[in-house]
Design a protein around this ligand. Sequence first.
Ligand code: ATP
Length: 254
Amino acid sequence: MIPKSHPRYESLMKREKIIEGFKKGIVAYAGLIAHGRGETFDYLIGERSEDFALEAEEAAVAKMLLAKNAVISVNGNVTALAAKEVIELADSVGAKIEVNLFYRSEDRIRKIVEEFKTLGKDILGANPDAIIPNLEHSRALCTKEGIYSADVVLVPLEDGDRTKALRDMGKFVITIDLNPLSRTAQTAHITIVDELTRAVKNMIKMAQNMNIDEARNILKWYDNHAILAKSLEHINRRLENLSRQLQSSSGLKT
Ligand code: ATP
C-alpha cells in the first residue's frame, strides 16, 4: 500500500496500474518499457500539465468536437491507465474507441475489449475488416467503421510508423506523448506533451465547456511546432534552474 502522503504518490499509483494490467494480460512486456520512458520525461517536465499541454489539449478537444468521425485508438497501457476516463472523453466529444496493438495478440485484444465492456462500453477493433496502407500487417489491421474512415484520430502512446501511416492516409492525427522528441510527437498535427491520465481528465472538462464557435476559433491560432518548441524550452529552463540552484549551494558542507 502506497501512503497518499508519499511525494510521488500519483506516479507510483500509475506504475501499480501498469503492473496490474501486465498481470491481467492487457499490457505487453514492451508496454512496461514504454511506461518507464514516459515516467522519465514526466520527471523532467515536473509531473504537471504545463501551458503548452493545456493549449494542445484544448485544440485536440476542438478538433474532435468538429470531426465527422473521430476515433480514439487504445492499446494495453492506455487501457490499464485510463479506460474509464477515455470512455468519458469519447462520450463528451462524440468519438468512437478502437483497440490497436503494436504486438497484436487475439488474447490481448479480447481482454482489452472485455475490460471496456465491463465499464459499459463496446469498442471496435476485435474484428478488423480494413488495412492501413504501408504498415506491417498486424499493426495495419483496423475497422472500416472506425479508424479506416475516421477524419480525426487520437493515438495516445503511439509509435512513429503508425502515426506517419495515418497521416499519409490524410487523417488528422492527435497524440498524447510525454516525449516531445519521439517520432510520434514530431509527426502528429497536435502533440499533447502531458501524462495520459492528466491530459484526458483535462480534456473531459474542456469538452464540457466548449461550443462550436469557440472550437473553430481555437484551431485558427493553434501552432504545433510552437507547442513542441515550448515544451523543450520548459524542460531546458527547468534543468538550468535546478543546476543553478545546485551551483549556488556548492561548496557547502554536506
Ligand atoms: P516513436 O516511435 O514515436 O519515436 P517510441 O519508440 O518511444 O516512439 P513507443 O515506445 O511505442 O514509441 O511509445 C511510447 C511513448 O509514449 C513514449 O514516447 C513515452 O514517452 C510515451 N508515454 C509512455 N507512458 C506515457 C503516459 N502515461 N503518458 C504519456 N506518454 C507516455
